[in-house]
Design a protein around this ligand. Structure first.
Ligand code: GLU
Length: 267
C-alpha cells in the first residue's frame, strides 16, 4: 500500500441530500452521484479527499413503508439507520469501478468537540487519507440529532474540515452559491462571488435566499463557513449538479461563492 505524500492538501466535500436522493421517490440519484464519485476519483490523484454525505434518512424510508420524511425524530433516526447501509452500498459500487477504497466514519459533534474524541477522529481520518482511502462521513444519527434538525451535515462538515486541516471545504448543493435573495422567486437576485467577511447582511441574505432556515438551507452553510474560515479554511458553496464542478474548483476555476478564510479562532 502506497502512502499519499503528507504534503498533499485535503479537500472536504459535503454532498447534500438533494444531490444524493430524489426527494419525490426517495431513490438514489445514481447519475448525479456517479458523476460526483468519478470526479472525486480523478482529483484523488493529486488530493486527499474526505466526503461528508447526507442521504441516509431518505434511503431508509421505503423499508418503513413511508413515502416522505416523517415528523417524529425516532422514525427519522430509524430511517437513517436503515438508509446508511444502502448509502454506503452505493458509494462502494461507484467507487469500486474506479478502484477507490472507501471507509465509513460516523461522528457526532459532541463526540469530536473534546478529548479523547477529537484526537481519535483526527488519527483515524488522517490515517485513512494517508492510505489513499476516501472516508465517507455522516452523523451518527442514532445518538445525535443535530444535523437532522438543522444542518443536513453542513456544520459537521466544518468540524471535519477543521480536524482534517483541510485545504478547502466544498459544500455542494442544488444552487449555484449564495444569493442576496431567493433566485427562484427573484429574477434579479445576485450571486455573491467572493465573501471576505460574513456580515449581518450576508446572514440575512442566507435567511431570505431559501425562505426558511430549514434542514440544509443557506443558514447552516453560513454557520459552517463561519467556523471553517475562522480556522483558516476557505469554503466554496457550489452547485453539485454542474458538470465537472469539483474538477473545475480543483483547477482553480472560480465557481459558486467563495468564503475567504481568516485566522481569528472560533471557540
Ligand atoms: N444524517 C442525515 C442523513 O444522512 C443528514 C441530515 C438530514 O438528512 O436531515 O440523512
Amino acid at each position: 500500500m502506497i502512502l499519499v505524500a503528507a504534503t498533499t492538501g485535503i479537500y472536504v466535500i459535503k454532498l447534500g441530500t438533494s444531490l444524493i436522493t430524489d426527494v419525490r421517490t426517495n431513490e438514489v440519484r445514481i447519475e448525479s452521484l456517479s458523476k460526483i464519485t468519478d470526479q472525486i476519483a480523478n482529483i484523488k490523484e493529486h488530493k486527499g479527499v474526505i466526503v461528508v454525505s447526507s442521504g441516509a434518512i431518505g434511503l431508509g424510508l421505503h423499508a418503513m413503508g413511508l413515502d416522505r420524511r416523517p415528523r417524529e425524530m425516532a422514525k427519522k433516526q430509524a430511517a437513517a439507520a436503515i438508509g446508511q447501509n444502502k448509502l454506503m452500498n452505493q458509494y462502494e459500487k461507484l467507487f469500486q469501478k474506479r478502484g477507490v477504497t472507501i471507509a465509513q466514519v460516523l461522528l457526532t459533534k459532541d463526540g469530536i468537540s473534546g478529548e479523547p474524541g477529537y484526537t481519535n477522529a483526527h488519527n483515524t481520518i488522517h490515517t485513512l487519507v494517508d492510505y489513499g482511502i476516501v472516508p465517507i462521513i455522516n452523523e451518527n444519527d442514532t445518538i445525535a440529532t443535530e444535523e437532522i434538525q438543522f444542518g443536513d451535515n453542513d456544520n459537521l462538515a466544518a468540524y471535519v474540515a477543521q480536524i482534517a486541516n483541510a485545504e478547502l471545504l466544498i459544500l455542494l448543493t442544488d444552487t449555484d452559491g449564495l444569493y442576496d435573495a431567493d433566485p427562484t422567486v427573484c429574477p434579479g437576485a445576485h450571486r455573491y462571488e467572493v465573501i471576505d467577511e460574513i456580515t449581518p447582511d450576508i446572514c440575512n441574505s442566507a435567511g431570505q435566499s431559501n425562505g426558511l432556515c430549514s434542514v440544509g438551507g443557506m443558514c447552516s452553510k453560513i454557520q459552517a463557513a463561519q467556523r471553517a474560515t475562522s480556522h483558516g479554511i476557505p469554503v466554496i458553496i457550489a452547485n453539485g449538479f454542474e458538470d465537472g464542478i469539483i474538477e473545475r474548483i480543483a483547477r482553480g476555476e472560480h465557481c459558486g461563492t467563495l468564503f475567504v478564510p481568516h485566522t481569528e479562532d472560533t471557540p
